[in-house]
Design a protein around this ligand. Structure first.
Ligand code: A3P
Length: 330
């Protein structure tokens, strides 16, 4: 089938009926080793065919709940800083006019798999270079050209997070999305998570694909951890700017620009803004997500407040086993 055929919703319902399915905490179907939301297949599958990477694209790739919103905000603030550098622009409480003070980070940076089906990623094509693009897709569901060694490859930042905190964050997110309808036992959800049955899971496969690529092509794939960003956000911002080939000048560093970006994109600042507290994000197909859902606690180690030691050990054991020999350790 051609790309155009694949973009026809009809073929997705045919495809759907052939895929292994699981219910439980979320409905999922298994496609090419990953568990995906069946209603989103028509957004997810065409990306591999239709997304044409440009050499100056920057892809922000994450598993769910690993800090996508934060990374989007930071990357946006870093790469557009030339346009918003006047004094006071970043001031959340004092008349600043930075776009992130009024636009949700998830909207400031578009997501590759959130497009109008059948339109050939027109929204993404229309964007001017250099483009910042977010995605939750595993590397193997992106076009191979993304990490090609020849000219077409673009830069990818991958952000991962300690899996126990990912699970707790995801569980809250899913419960929020269900809006109180038939709550799911955390234990049952955890068992599925540890089986790999979570949206875009198995999580370890998602991590590993990007991890291996970051080892093979460090100049193209930057692998980061949420916990490291929390521990030293200024350093993370400088690393990102360097990777984006727009390092901070000495003058910017003296003026405290990296620190200003960290403050603007902090959980405290972003979660307090009206534009991030109210309203919904439109994900197409009548799917909306409350803008505030992307800001919960923003802490490292919150799993301890929700999971027993035994539950924590279960996650640790699975990840230790699955990541064995890769060099990736949590
Ligand atoms: P918690 O649920 O643990 O609080 P994503 O953006 O990938 O969906 O991830 C959401 C997680 O990142 C949530 O974690 C959320 O609170 C946290 N988060 C959102 N904005 C953040 C920020 N500016 N700094 C740190 N963490 C942030």
């Amino acid at each position: 089938t051609s790309a155009a055929d694949e973009a026809e919703p009809k073929s997705y319902s045919d495809l759907l009926s052939t895929l292994p399915a699981r219910g439980g905490w979320v409905s999922l179907v298994q496609y090419q080793n990953y568990w995906l939301n069946p209603g989103r297949l028509q957004h997810i599958i065409p990306v591999k065919e239709l997304y044409k990477p440009r050499a100056d694209d920057i892809i922000l790739a994450t598993y769910l709940k690993c800090g996508t919103t934060w990374l989007k905000a930071l990357a946006f603030a870093i790469t557009t800083r030339g346009r918003h550098h006047h004094a006071g622009a970043f001031a959340a409480d004092d008349g600043g006019d930075h776009p992130l003070l009024t636009v949700h980070p998830q909207e400031a940076v578009p997501h590759l798999e959130v497009h109008t089906p059948g339109q050939g990623l027109a929204d993404i094509e229309m964007l001017q270079s250099p483009r910042l693009l977010g995605t939750h897709l595993p590397l193997s569901l992106l076009p191979p050209a993304v990490v090609a060694t020849s000219g077409s490859g673009c830069r990818v930042v991958y952000l991962c997070r300690q899996p126990k905190d990912v699970f707790v964050s995801l569980w809250h997110f899913v419960m929020d999305m269900r809006g109180g309808r038939s709550p799911v036992e955390m234990d049952a959800a955890l068992s599925m998570f540890c089986e790999g049955v979570s949206p875009f899971g198995p999580v370890w496969e998602h991590y590993l694909e990007y991890w291996k690529e970051s080892l093979a092509r460090p100049e193209q794939v930057l692998f980061m951890r949420y916990e490291e960003m929390v521990a030293d956000p200024v350093r993370a911002v400088k690393t990102l700017a360097g990777f984006f080939a727009v390092p901070f000048t000495e003058e910017e560093e003296r003026a405290g620009v990296p620190e200003e970006i960290v403050r603007l994109c902090s959980f405290e600042t972003l979660s307090g803004l009206e534009s991030n507290r109210t309203g919904d994000l439109d994900c197409g197909d009548n799917t909306v997500i409350g803008k505030s859902t992307f800001f919960r606690k923003g802490k490292v180690g919150d799993w301890e407040n929700h999971m027993t030691k035994e539950m924590g050990k279960k996650v640790d054991d699975v990840f230790e086993e699955k990541l064995k020999g890769s060099g990736l350790v949590f």
